[in-house]
Design a binder for this molecule. Structure first.
Ligand code: SAM
Ligand code: SF4
Length: 326
């Protein structure tokens, strides 16, 4: 098992396979003028597979595929099949917006995916269109139904945004009435690609909890999973869970077991850092596996203690979450 300089195990990598997306969620990307990375600046599938093999050799056992939208990159399922064969990777996961996902669900089940994170901020078609700037809610709900039919558990990710979807907290929480559905409410973070954020975050994890408690006075606290980023709850009688993720308040850093590879091949050892290692340059300079391993180990030995420290050590945040993967 690999530990960082704060004695936290590193077991989980989130891999953004593209920075491109078929939606334009306003909290993630500007509507226009996005400068997508030229293809040669993206990691190739071969490079990503090599990185995952090296990380698996160091003790990383879980890989989450994210983006941008993973399904806008050609050849994704072949890549996932190759990943599923890497010794030591015993959990393959995915975060998707669900627009292009439905035709691949059987194959995802076949690859052993037991759970998919599906982003849905609202169940209202007009609001969905306003938030994502695309009219794709029916396709996303079709994906949700097909995932459940295929016995793949679904974690709904919903970013809670002041003045946008706070009326959806109840209807989204109701989805946990179905077995196999967890609903996670996420604090909005300052990664909209425009370098802007609110002076004060109005919908903090505490306010989200207050809202849920007023809607469901019997809301029960349940045990949080190990290394989980969410505070977990259950509505009495509903089989699914409700999670609240303090992504902006950063209350979970003390048990963070994850690292990130951005679409352009930069290692982030904290969501809020500015990238700590150019792995793409290292691979393309002809580095051996041992040299890449040594560079990873050095980075893990200098991890910031938490997201506040990471943010202090960098310049202003200007990037889009679509390059980071969430
Ligand atoms: N396109 C896929 C999707 O939307 O599920 C995967 C990539 S997306 C960047 C991963 C997650 O990050 C999504 O659940 C999304 O809601 C979340 N996210 C994006 N921007 C965010 C922000 N500014 N604050 C909080 N969460 C954000
Ligand atoms: Fe695309 Fe996901 Fe970002 Fe929305 S959150 S714009 S779906 S990458």
């Amino acid at each position: 098992m690999l530990y960082d300089n704060h004695n936290r195990p590193i077991q989980y990598v989130r891999l953004a396979v593209t920075d491109r997306c078929n939606l334009r969620c306003f909290y993630c990307m500007p509507e226009e003028g996005i400068k997508y990375l030229p293809k040669q600046q993206l990691l190739t599938y071969e490079e990503m597979e090599r990185i995952c093999r090296i990380l698996a050799g160091l003790g990383v056992s879980k890989v989450r595929i994210t983006g941008g939208e993973p399904f806008v990159r050609n050849g994704l399922m072949d890549f996932m099949r190759n990943l599923s064969r890497i010794p030591g990777i015993n959990e393959l996961a995915m975060t998707t917006n669900g627009v292009l996902t439905a035709p691949h669900i059987e194959e995802l089940a076949d690859l052993g995916l037991r759970s998919v994170n599906l982003s849905i901020d609202t169940l209202d078609r007009q609001r969905f269109h306003r938030i994502t700037r695309r009219d794709e809610l029916p396709a996303v709900l079709n994906t949700l139904n097909k995932l459940l039919k295929a016995n793949i558990a679904v974690k709904i990710n919903a970013v809670v945004m002041d003045g946008q979807n706070t009326d959806d907290i109840g209807p989204l929480a109701e989805l946990s009435r179905q077995a196999g559905v967890s609903v996670r409410f996420i604090e909005e973070m300052p990664f909209n690609g425009e370098g802007t954020h609110y002076p004060v975050l109005h919908w903090t994890h505490k306010r989200i909890l207050n809202e849920l408690q007023s809607l469901y006075p019997g809301l029960q606290k349940i045990q949080d999973g190990p290394f989980s980023t969410s505070y977990d709850y259950q509505i009495p009688g509903y089989p699914g869970n409700i999670g609240i993720i303090a992504a902006f308040s950063r209350t979970f850093c003390g048990t963070c077991n994850r690292i990130r590879m951005t679409a352009q091949g930069t290692l982030k050892t904290c969501l809020y850092d500015n990238g700590v290692l150019d792995v793409r340059a290292l691979l393309r300079s002809g580095a051996t596996d041992n040299e890449v391993t040594a560079a990873f180990l050095k980075a893990f030995a200098h991890r910031p203690a938490n997201g506040f420290e990471a943010e202090r050590e960098r310049g202003p945040i200007t990037e889009s979450m679509s390059t980071i993967g969430g």
